[in-house]
Design a protein around this ligand. Sequence first.
Ligand code: SF4
Length: 274
Amino acid sequence: DKSDHAEKDVTSSTAKEDQANQRDGKKYSQKADHDEETRPDHRTPLEKYRPGYLWVSDITRQNWCEQQMLYTFTLPTIVEETPVMVQGTDLHLARELACHNVVNVKVTSSEDIWAIKVLNLNTAVQAFLNGAKLAREVPIFGFPLEQDVFMVGLIDELSQMCTQALSANNLDELMDYVFMRMQMLTCVNRLFIEYVHQDSKETLLQKEVTFCEEDVSRSFGHYMRFWRGHREVEGVDIEEAWKCQKCDFNSVCEWREKKAQEYANRNRRKNKLL
Ligand code: SF4
């Protein structure tokens, strides 16, 4: 029941606006490239490409291939939307609209953008407090894993399982109930990945993602060292060289060339020993 899920007439920045904001990194990089030509540039990647804050999607792209992510900031690319990508975007939107209405809002300042994010977050919280079971495209922001880098993202879908009916005999019990519900919202403790068939729109598999907080924290710290300029950019390991086959930058990738050279030298040394 749609009315059970959400408030209507939600003010929304829409995922498209967020994608546009993420592309802003490109504008910064073009400016950065121009600056590089005229004077030595001592800025860190964070200052150069993401002044202000990082996107969660920066980290997921970095996790795929850090070198590739960096090329998307520094080399001109044309991202062509394939039919599969368009279908995926439409599916996302259809699922969002099944949960709440989307209203386009004209924004003229950063404050407007942030106000809309906060309103969208408030709508999701309010919907949960009103008994909704799920919310979609929920904005999140903060300083994760004790790093002093502000991060912004969107959760595709948040669902509340924790389904107890409201039962209170007096004000004390009512307050307890409301605070318990609010607490639950801050305790996202399970993560799922959902595979949906694009044509039938049916869920094929919902798989829980288990993760070790220590490992995530260690990887995050490693990624942050790149953003702060404490280490050089890295490409994929040899075990993940299959990613290079479909990469738009494989013909110009310095990391790939360096690794191929290292591999050839190692083989030459091995052959000499035999
Ligand atoms: Fe990364 Fe490979 Fe692409 Fe280089 S060619 S950017 S290492 S995926």
